[in-house]
Design a binder for this molecule. Sequence first.
Ligand code: ZN
Length: 125
Amino acid sequence: MISEEIFSRLVEAQAASDDPGAAQARTLGLLAVFNSLWEFYLLAPNGDVFVDRDDGAPLAATSAERDLAYVQAARRFPELRHLMPERRPGTRTCPQCGGSGVVVLADGRTVFCGPPCNSRGWTDR
Ligand SMILES: [Zn+2]
């Protein structure tokens, strides 16, 4: 799913950085592709996704969490662009973000679009 060479390079770079996911990259060997204040979405080289909520071992992601992790990985790391979920026929452009995956708040800040879009820019219905 992800070439070992590319994955190793990304994890090593993250581990050596001051990125919020650097600790997980160092201790778990997983790539942090997205984080909020209370959780990290961690990608394994075989495409598995784990969510680390800082209250024990990282847990296997739900399918919605995996989708979000893939979208964020594709946005953040050009080498992982192929992880972007393919938009299926019959889906519609997300009315919340207009397809951008990002919502602009009244104060000008931007946040990633939440469920059911999960920053893909489209929804199933
Ligand atoms: Zn959206």
